[in-house]
Ligand binder design. Sequence first.
Ligand code: URA
Length: 242
Amino acid sequence: MQLQEILYTQGFGTRRVCAGLVQQGYVIIGGAVIADPSADIDVAGLQFTVQGKAWEYHDKAYLMLHKPSGTECSQKPSTYPSIYTLLPSPLRLRPNKGAVQGVQAVGRLDQDTTGLLLMTDDGHFIHRMGSPKHHVPKVYEVTTKHPVDAAQVDKLLAGVVLDDDPKPVRAAACEATGELQLRLTLTEGKYHQVKRMVAAVGNRVEALHRSRIGSLVLTDALPAGQWRWLAADEVEALRSSR
Ligand code: URA
């Protein structure tokens, strides 16, 4: 692929801006400046730097973000900073069918919820992961206001009725992990679902952290506020999780 096209697809600006970055000697591949915008470069596993910043070529972008508390998942936040400010600008400027679109969050977490959030520019992936039909399990670590008891766990597993739907929603798995701690697995994502389910059994969520989606686990290796690319096998495992 032509070098200027590579930069364009990765979100470094318009084709004209990308050609300019190359011509000005800002793009380095394998230790050498490549100043010809139409140089033909193999994109497989390509790593390069643009104005000193290292980048990896990805045909589609799939990443995980450790969402910190006090951030909104909206592009146009009302009160708190947007999670999108935690991403480098190429991820926000990647073109999609000619328009600047960037990566999008796969579902949303509340502003005070922390933890694992997937982001991508692959619309099919967003649809698949968000669809209740596919039952992708999401694991939440809940800190409660009142002690957790066996009756609450049983009710969450049996199903509780929330105010917007007469059909009960149940946790796919639920266990007490401490006096004020619950681990809850859900396969759907209704608005404020964990908080409303916990309230429905007479307790209250004090803090909420998503620790896992399908087979993908958020570990201490990724601190709050940081993101990383997903490996191809992690994306495949998510696609086939249910
Ligand atoms: N359930 C909630 O109540 N809040 C979240 O952020 C995620 C799930």
